[in-house]
Design a protein around this ligand. Structure first.
Ligand SMILES: [Zn+2]
Length: 445
């Protein structure tokens, strides 16, 4: 049984941005007691001194392609058509060892920055190596595989609807409930520009029968969205998804950029959840979604770091800050996507979107996904009265000191637990260089 008594943590209140100094007792993966706690109430517990530490729920990254951590550089500064071709070319050249270490590196980076849950849209192939990396990292994950049956270019990996259903069943059997319940299965068709109506409808039915999430891209590229609208005879991609019965509260919609006002109302009515990925939207020039408008209608938008080949980072704090600044700038309104709203998008909104009722908040009885942020070892975070806002606007994930996933200690004193970080760094650097040489984008040295 794992037990931790965290003393003197400043627990953040994400409604009013205040903090309250309390002790936190974690037993067997859950918050057992929060308040003033006598150590004699927690026999055998490891005691952690959290003096000057801000305690927040672990971040929930609701849209991810972890394996892309190995192919960041070669995809820099490309137009999307070329970006996609190069992505699929690199994927083709990656072997099991590449997938294992790329996924592990991304998970460990995410943990380092305070993310405890990832909603993964995995690459096609190398499933066992990928799942082993998630399991070894010990991060919470909802996992599905990106499937496509309409080619967007000559190198798109295509599979039939039957094969996609078989693959989804394999994912379900291998993933759902694995690693002490930290791993859940989903279906993850790439998005209507590359997915037939038949595939979308079949996978949605498969997900509904098993209570799984349907995770997809929506309205990411302007031209692709217009093509879908034309093919379906609708005004946009969300209308098309609604028409074929895919939108409901178990559907997560990464990006959701090119939407009409009417489609935002459709999303509100169906309770589907848009996932905001601002760094990707900026870096590959997709556009800026109407997040402030969605929030004003009460849509509980979640956030995601997407793949690092498009966003560059698994740091949810930098993601949240980018999103907040973008919305303030395009609406000419500094009150939108405020710190309270943004941190909720990064935590409880994501947890609820993934179907968790006991995650995303520090409260007794919830699963103990928790981060402690050292607020007194970084000059830019100085100001005890405005810690939560400062963390978002002046901080980065590097300030995160300690991370628990379901009561398991994954980061302590800013060091990943259970791994030799130097070995991982050196191994991944070697594998990335080998991959770059293999694909011909850099010369051997
Ligand atoms: Zn994506």
């Amino acid at each position: 049984m794992s037990r931790f008594l965290i003393r003197n943590a400043d627990i953040g209140n994400l409604d009013d941005l205040s903090t309250q100094n309390k002790d936190i007792y974690i037993e067997d993966g859950y918050f057992k007691k929060i308040g003033k706690i006598d150590a004699r109430e927690c026999p055998g517990a490891t005691i952690i001194d959290a003096h000057n530490m801000l305690a927040l729920p672990g971040f929930v990254d609701c849209h991810s392609h972890t394996y892309q951590t190995f192919i960041k550089g070669p995809l820099d500064d490309l137009v999307i058509t070329e970006w996609l071709v190069r992505l699929f070319t690199f994927e083709e050249d990656m072997d099991d060892e590449d997938y294992y270490y790329a996924t592990l590196l991304s998970c460990l980076s995410a943990l380092r920055f305070g993310t405890t849950t990832i909603n993964e849209m995995g690459g096609y192939g190398h499933m066992d190596a990928t799942l082993k990396a998630f399991e070894d990292a010990g991060i919470r994950v909802t996992f599905g595989i990106s499937t496509t049956d309409i080619p967007e270019n000559d190198v798109t990996p295509l599979i039939s609807v039957d094969e996609a259903l078989k693959l989804s069943q394999e994912v379900y059997e291998k993933v759902h409930g694995r690693n002490n319940g930290l791993m859940k299965a989903s279906v993850a068709p790439a998005g209507l520009p590359a997915v037939s109506k038949e595939m979308a409808v079949s996978l949605k039915r498969f997900a509904n029968e098993r209570g799984l999430i349907y995770h997809t891209h929506l309205g990411e590229g302007k031209m692709e969205t217009e093509n879908v609208a034309r093919a379906y005879g609708t005004n946009g991609e969300a209308e098309a998804l609604e028409m074929i019965g895919v939108l409901d509260e178990h559907t997560l919609l990464a990006h959701s950029i090119w939407l009409s006002d009417h489609e935002i109302d459709i999303i509100k009515e169906t309770k589907a959840v848009p996932v905001h990925c601002p760094n990707t939207n900026m870096k590959i020039s997709d556009g800026i979604p109407k997040i402030a408008q969605m929030l004003s209608k009460g849509i509980p938008v979640a956030m995601g770091c997407d793949g690092e080949a498009s966003s560059g980072t698994k740091d949810m704090i930098r993601e949240g800050k980018a999103g907040s600044y973008l919305q303030k700038a395009i609406t000419l309104d500094p009150t939108v996507m405020d710190a309270s709203t943004t941190f909720k998008m990064m935590t409880i909104n994501g947890a609820k979107a993934l179907g968790y009722e006991d995650l995303g908040e520090i409260k007794e009885g919830n699963q103990a996904d928790l981060i402690l942020v050292n607020m007194e070892d970084d000059l830019s975070l100085t100001d005890r009265d405005h810690r939560i806002g400062n963390l978002l606007y002046a901080g980065t994930g590097h300030a995160v000191d300690t991370v628990f996933v379901k009561g398991q200690l994954k980061l302590r004193n800013k060091h990943i637990q259970g791994f030799d970080e130097q070995f991982i760094l050196s191994k991944c650097n070697d594998l990335i260089h080998k991959l770059n040489v293999k694909t011909g984008y850099v010369k051997e040295n």
